[in-house]
Design a protein around this ligand. Structure first.
Ligand code: SAM
Length: 257
């Protein structure tokens, strides 16, 4: 997600001026660090959620006591403890069940608190996880919502997993690409179909894909924010990025990435 910080996410946050920023999935904290720096200089607060953060959380908290909270829990457990969401960056467990329920829970919590819906950025809405589930912990997903899976790599030219090599060969992946209840983009589409809230969804198909879910209420209240988001919505840019991304992935796999 970090690739989107300088040109997409940071400029949009600069206009939006959020107070409460929620990041789901911190890992080594590359994006978290940018968000904390933004929060420190703009009087905001970052709520990072990750059951297994790979950085020195205590040291980071000492450096930014007013700007940073860490929740070492799965998102669906941690989210209810957070009072307000102006922006959410969703980059945790990249599967249909988790992403759908994260979006639904955020909506429910905002409704309960009588607060507006957040602007939400989602990573992995292009290949490989748009239409294929990844499970960090397959046992945490109810059986009926978990695809058959294996710890094998992915090829951009096959639905089946590959026996050796491929992309992310050490992670647990759905054995087949596509079909119902499979992948991050499918979760977003199913959420949008079921909710009574209105959104604009902008998809930037580069570096594994960034989605931006902009509530219509936000777009109406903040045309300056809407302009920044819609700048990425041009179909000719998306088609061009799509082709570049496929070329990048082909090269990445040839290089053993
Ligand atoms: C792709 S990494 C995040 C990368 C990070 N956002 C960045 O830009 O550098 C995904 C992270 O999500 C975490 N994760 C897995 N399941 C999760 C869940 N249910 N809730 C929150 N985080 C989760 C993993 O521990 C992992 O650190």
């Amino acid at each position: 997600m970090l690739a989107f910080w300088p040109d997409v996410i940071h400029p949009i946050l600069g206009v939006l001026e959020p107070h409460e920023i929620v990041e789901i999935g911190s890992e080594s904290g590359k994006m978290t660090a940018r968000l904390i720096e933004f929060a420190r200089t703009n009087g905001a607060r970052v709520h990072a959620i990750d059951p297994h953060p790979r950085f020195d959380v205590d040291a980071w908290k000492r450096n930014a006591p007013d700007a940073f909270d860490m929740h070492r829990l799965p998102s669906l457990v941690a989210l209810p403890a957070i009072e307000a969401f102006d922006v959410v960056l969703l980059d945790g467990d990249h599967n249909w069940f988790t992403v759908l329920h994260e979006l639904q829970l955020i909506e429910q919590l905002c409704r309960d608190a009588c607060r507006p819906l957040p602007l939400t950025f989602l990573h992995d809405v292009a290949w490989p996880y748009a239409r294929r589930d990844l499970y960090y912990d397959p046992s945490s997903i109810p059986d009926e919502f978990r695809q058959p899976w294996a710890r094998q790599g992915i090829s951009p030219t096959a639905s089946e997993l590959v026996p050796a090599g491929g992309f992310n060969p050490k992670l647990c992946h759905a054995k087949h690409e596509g079909g119902p209840r499979n992948g991050v983009l499918t979760a977003v589409e199913d959420y949008l179909e079921a909710t009574d809230q209105k959104f604009e969804f902008v998809r930037i198909p580069a570096v594994f894909g960034l989605g931006i879910l902009m509530p219509r209420t936000l777009a109406q209240a903040r045309p300056d924010v809407a302009d920044k988001v819609r700048a990425w919505a041009r179909p000719e840019i998306a088609a061009f990025l799509d082709r570049l991304e496929m070329a990048r992935i082909t090269m990445l796999l040839q290089l053993g990435g």
